[in-house]
Design a binder for this molecule. Structure first.
Ligand SMILES: *Cc1c(COP(=O)(O)O)cnc(C)c1O
Length: 357
């Protein structure tokens, strides 16, 4: 009798296979931020069973937690190495994604100390201006082989700025800059596309794609039909239904006024559950296939819906996320993207995993 978040691991595995079929190279699984809020401990083994052999997280702590669950797979940390973390990276066999000469020096020193070759992925910045080697540092690296001494260069990678907008000339520009950056490293394997990047055509071909969001059902081709299977469903039981008169208001600040006698259903879900306050008076839920509008403010633990036109009663469930109204639809109402909706999904929901292998 609580809010239930259904997470379909079978759909995630199927989405991974579908993304893998979009290109010739290998396909990783990006499972940072607890697999976009869905639970890395459940998602990573499901991806491994589907055939995924490369994983990316953002932080070393995330890598250490998930590594025992994905034996034999490559596990890399996108945010790179902080001073003091070198020994743990090396001891655990976790691959740092290195984006500066200073970080590279830390990792080289660790290889010297450990007297063994350590794996590295190099991140070159081609337009994101966030992480990755700057052009001058990359030129220095390309001109001095000793800077990679003791290191096994597994991949060179870069990250796309506007992959979800195929018409943006930035995509082609980054593809060209990336090809030029890789040229001095003969035969090096390249990692380029994220989820949307896989749908950009031949320019996004590389040896290792790095999809995240599309695995979890977010549409990688905004404006076109979503080719991914939906992964999450969220429903919550109605705690109370009350009837109010025309002219009465609902919730904090009286932010919604009934225009007719109305039946108001209250759910025990609020912004503390990642059901964002900005959805006040904006989102929809579903009852028996019919949309019912959110009315009034979303509060911390409660949200109210106008169920005047449906037969919903206390104990019945309203669906907040379903196949008809997915994470992208909720994101649109909240003025954000599906990524943020997923990452904010509440810790108080009862999480139910299906499609477990
Ligand atoms: C998060 C991230 C990805 C995955 O991106 P999606 O758009 O979720 O597919 C890939 N590469 C890097 C560097 C990232 O930070």
């Amino acid at each position: 009798m609580t809010a239930v978040l259904d997470i379909d691991l079978g759909a995630i595995a199927s989405n991974w296979r579908f993304l893998s079929a979009q290109h010739k190279g290998a396909t990783a699984g990006v499972i940072k931020a607890d697999a976009y809020g869905l639970g890395a401990a459940q998602v990573a083994p499901a991806l491994l069973a589907a055939g995924c052999k490369h994983f990316f997280v953002a932080h070393l702590s995330e890598a250490v937690a998930v590594q025992p669950l994905i034996p034999g797979a490559m596990l890399a940390v996108l945010n790179g190495i902080l001073a003091g973390q070198e020994a743990e990276f090396a001891a655990q066999g976790i691959v740092p994604v290195v984006g500066s000469l200073a970080e590279l020096a830390l990792w080289r020193a660790q290889a010297r100390l450990a007297k063994r070759v350590l794996p590295v992925i190099l991140h070159v910045d081609t337009g994101m201006a966030r992480l990755g080697f700057s052009a001058p540092d990359w030129a220095a690296l390309a001109g001095d082989a000793s800077l990679l001494e003791g290191l096994n260069l597994r991949y060179v990678m870069t990250h796309l700025v506007s992959a979800d907008k195929p018409a943006d000339p930035m995509n082609a520009a980054q593809s060209m800059r990336f090809a030029a950056a890789c040229a001095p490293f003969e035969g090096v394997r390249r990692s380029f596309a994220n989820s949307s990047g896989l749908f950009l055509g031949a320019g996004a071909e590389s040896d290792l794609a790095r999809p995240g969001a599309a695995l979890y059902g977010v549409n990688p081709t905004p404006g076109q039909p979503n080719p991914m299977r939906p992964v999450v469903r969220l429903s919550a039981p109605i705690l109370q239904v009350r009837t109010i008169e025309a002219g009465e208001t609902v919730g904090y600040e009286g932010a919604w006024t009934a225009q007719r006698p109305s039946r108001i259903a209250t759910l025990g879900v609020g912004y503390a559950d990642g059901y964002h306050r900005v959805l006040s008076n904006k989102a929809l839920a579903y009852f028996d296939g019919k949309a019912v509008p959110l009315v009034g403010r979303v509060s911390m633990d409660l949200t109210t819906f106008d169920v005047t036109d449906v037969a919903a009663k206390p104990g019945d469930r309203l669906e907040l996320i379903n196949a008809a109204h997915g994470v992208d639809a909720l994101a649109l109402a909240a003025g954000t993207n599906g990524y943020e909706i997923l990452c904010s999904l509440g810790r108080r929901y009862h999480r139910h995993y299906s499609g477990v292998l």
